[in-house]
Design a protein around this ligand. Sequence first.
Ligand code: AHG
Ligand code: MN
Ligand code: MN
Length: 332
Amino acid sequence: MSARISLTRYLVEKQRVHDRIPSDLRLLLEVVARACKSISHAVTKGALGDVLGSAGTDNVQGEIQKKLDIIANEVLIDANEWGGHLAAMASEEMEGIYVVPNRYPQGEYLLMFDPLDGSSNIDVNVSIGTIFSVLKKPEGAGVSEQDFLQCGHQQVAAGYCIYGPQTTLVLTVGDGVAMFTLDREQGSFILTQEDVRIPEDTKEFAINMSNMRHWDAPVKRYIDECLAGKQGPRGKDFNMRWVASMVADVHRILTRGGVFLYPWDKREPDKPGKLRLMYEANPMGWLVEQAGGTATDGKQRILDIQPKKLHQRVSVILGSKNEVERVTGYHP
Ligand code: AHG
Ligand code: MN
Ligand code: MN
């Protein structure tokens, strides 16, 4: 039997053998993984742990917070604030940035997260997850929201942890994508797939079809052509999947290919989309690119968008290269 490689060993080797990550970043990723493990335990307890249902509060996006949204946010902050590796954090569930308190040393990294992605699936026992993105703090004293407003191509690490039938941590530090499955008996993440590759072609798309009447012409054209199947211009039948947890939809695409779309639509024309650039689209976009896929907003590469604010929203089209390029090409 080949030796099992834990996340700890993987990261140590990334630092020592490949000189790919500094020790502070290694520590940071270990801490994020530990926090995800703890969130995974809370998720698994469900009703027994009193973690289901609404918290009765709204977040900065005007969405009703679930108990688990708040629990996961607190777990991530508590785990990360004291290690000395971070200067500040930002989260979907907090309006402003969270600066590491003075009583702890300040590090040189910035951590952003969607603590609990797929909130509408918590209470129905469907896969959910945590998405994270790591940036280097620009030089200079102090830390401000401005320091976070870096393009996605400046990320130094990104990933997600999916809480499904298995808990799996998916990570990139810029040299491909690796997947680690949580071994609950041992309490550690074990490397179960390296060099993840997304096939360039696919017959599977993911979009919330109930919004069809609100879509813009290029998205409508693309989906109409898929739906036309063998007799249509694409000459093949397509399958549809929509989990409504971005982590689960992206995990499927990293595993067997596909295209995921959450485009701008006419429901709220002033909003550029539903998903958030900094802690959803950027980390997922980078993972997809690192696995050979493509991620755009219909017009440009997601990772090249200059963020103007922390909770900025964006249209997202990502996955199998040839499909994403096709939909993007339909946009004027
Ligand atoms: P969150 O739970 O963090 O707010 O994100 C939910 C997102 C994303 O995970 C998913 O792809 C999408 O919302 C689902 O939206 P619909 O309910 O409109 O299908
Ligand atoms: Mn989300
Ligand atoms: Mn969320």
